[in-house]
Design a protein around this ligand. Structure first.
Ligand SMILES: Cc1cc2nc3c(=O)[nH]c(=O)nc-3n(C[C@H](O)[C@H](O)[C@H](O)COP(=O)(O)OP(=O)(O)OC[C@H]3O[C@@H](n4cnc5c(N)ncnc54)[C@H](O)[C@@H]3O)c2cc1C
Length: 334
């Protein structure tokens, strides 16, 4: 693919990463009247909260006695959408270049974007679905093997094998049990990482659970037709006919990019000063990815929110030095 400008318009701030911190930053930059774009690698917003623990309660967000991670994401989305930021999903930022004093170019998997400032809220790094790494399985990706699901109705009346023992695997098994003609969940050990209540529901459902098995091979001509599993204790092999294989064995994270963008890093992440500025002028970082000099590294949502406020206010002042860093207090949105 040749690179092209998918959006020639220059934004005041482009937020990379749509986790809780990026979402809150998108709202905050909106109330500072900054033209805002948010780019997220995954097909959905919410970062770790959506990808890793949607059904876990969070108890340490100010003002919420307890809140499900997925509900906090909904509220953050709702709050951000009030200020109409441009949101680009399914698009990973792969390079960052400072073209001049007030212009930064971001290269993504889909093209080029331009911004006066950039706020990196990339958390644990670009998350992507972990692959099984079995060539015969990879051969059928999109033709029976699916690592991510965008439309659950495509599994209607199909035989489905799901692999994994975490929240995603169990959630999808429960989600598809009344849509697919048969759902088998394959897990390599007796212990599940998924939410306890969901696991109980799983064992009381019509889902067939096969433990302790791993996928060994996939077979078919045009599309997937069957899968061979190995019992990890006995070595016994079993081949099952199936239409679909859905591996849900976790996410992979990649932070190695930042060094190649010229950012100073330490063992905790991208180094930032008290204004959340990185070593590249106009580029800020907040949340889990940021490693503030001279302050403790606490990977917590509330800390990320406060860092986002500092970063956005300082970005505003960077673009327009006549605009104060302190924004004053919030008033009703127009
Ligand atoms: C199991 C678990 C339980 C937790 N419980 C709590 C809790 O109770 N309370 C609490 O305060 N914290 C909790 N945390 C920590 C909390 O989830 C993190 O502090 C928070 O998610 C950080 O938010 P973030 O927006 O900085 O990053 P993330 O949530 O990691 O989001 C970053 C986003 O950026 C995207 N991204 C990365 N690189 C790119 C790129 N190059 N291009 C485009 N997009 C990119 C990623 O896909 C991701 O969506 C928990 C964490 C875990 C794993």
């Amino acid at each position: 693919m040749s690179l092209h400008d998918i959006d020639k318009e220059v934004y005041d701030i482009t937020i990379v990463g749509g986790g809780p911190v990026g979402l809150f930053a998108a709202f905050y930059s909106g109330i500072r009247n900054m033209k805002t774009k948010l780019i997220e690698a995954l097909p959905h917003l919410g970062g770790q909260l959506s990808a890793l623990y949607p059904d876990k309660y969070i108890y340490d967000v100010p003002g919420c006695t307890k809140i499900l991670a997925q509900d906090l994401v909904k509220r953050l989305e709702e709050q951000a959408m009030q200020v109409n930021p441009t949101i680009r999903l399914n698009e990973r930022v792969v390079a960052l270049r400072r073209l001049d004093e007030k212009l930064i170019e971001l290269e993504t998997t889909k093209g080029l974007h331009y911004s006066k400032t950039v706020l990196l809220t990339t958390g644990m790094g670009a998350l992507s679905m972990k692959k099984l790494g079995i060539p015969s399985v990879d051969r059928f990706e999109g033709r029976g093997v699916y690592y991510s699901i965008t439309n659950k109705w495509m599994f209607r009346d199909k035989k489905v094998i799901i692999v994994g023992g975490g929240d995603s695997a169990v959630d999808w098994a429960l989600n598809l049990k009344d849509i697919a003609s048969e759902v088998i969940l394959v897990h390599r050990r007796a212990g599940f990482r998924a939410h306890e209540a969901k696991v109980i529901e799983l064992f009381h459902s019509n889902v067939r659970v096969l433990i302790p098995y791993v996928v060994k091979d996939a077979h078919g001509t045009e599309k997937l037709e069957s899968v061979t599993l190995t019992n990890v204790e006995t070595g016994e092999e079993v081949t099952l006919e199936t239409d679909c294989l859905i591996p849900q064995i976790g996410y992979e994270m990649n932070n190695s990019l930042y060094k190649s963008w010229g950012l100073d890093m330490d063992e905790h992440g991208i180094r930032v000063n008290g204004k959340m500025e990185t070593n590249i002028p106009g580029v800020f970082a907040a949340g889990d990815v940021a490693s503030p000099v001279d302050s403790p590294k606490l990977n917590l949502i509330a800390i990320g929110f406060a860092q986002a406020i500092i970063a956005v206010n300082c970005a505003k002042h960077y673009i327009d030095p006549s605009s104060p860093i302190f924004p004053g207090y919030t008033v009703k949105l127009r």
